[in-house]
Design a protein around this ligand. Sequence first.
Ligand code: IYR
Length: 219
Amino acid sequence: MEYPFIPYSRELVDGDESLRRAIQYFNEMKTRRSVREFSDKPVDRAVIETILKTAGTAPSGANKQPWTFCVIGDPELKRKIRIAAEEEEKVNYGGRMSDEWLRDLAPLGTDWQKPFLEIAPWLIVVFRKVYDLEGGEKRKNYYVQESVGIACGFLISAIHHAGLVTLTHTPSPMNFLTDILKRPENEKPFLLLPVGYPAENAVVPDIHRKELKDTTRFY
Ligand code: IYR
């Protein structure tokens, strides 16, 4: 069996221009922060659709694209999700997380309350497709965790590039999202990303990124 190949065509960028673009992208990305205080200012659905198309450009195992993005704008549904998430988080912060974990989280100022789940105009719940279902037949997916993680990275950078903010919320356990969103058995919740504008006087913790020398070794 022959499979088609097409030319890889893209405008050539090299030398100084590569460095200029690398620096420009770094300067943009370093202003990204996980923001927990949202404005209720609306965001056009077209913006959300476009950032999700960007997420969908991520590489994936055998090009299976093993993800489903559930987008929630309905206030009733957002409220349901908030109530269910807070129920789990109350248990997490009330003893399910270890003392070490709670100490590590202290600088972030998080607690069980998740008002952003109602205030942000959109919630994106990313599901990983453990396997595909084609006409009731199970089809294997590969490197699902890696693939969906990469797609979420693309999504987060697209959100930032569009001038919006998000945070990677991982209520645990997350099964309630399967029930509320009525997802099929081959999909498991991966990450919940509220998307919107920051609240007018939003603050973020004064924490810092590791330096290149502390994360990188050249050989
Ligand atoms: N899922 C909880 C706790 C939490 C855990 C980590 I690791 C964080 O970096 C932040 C929060 C929550 O969302 O509050």
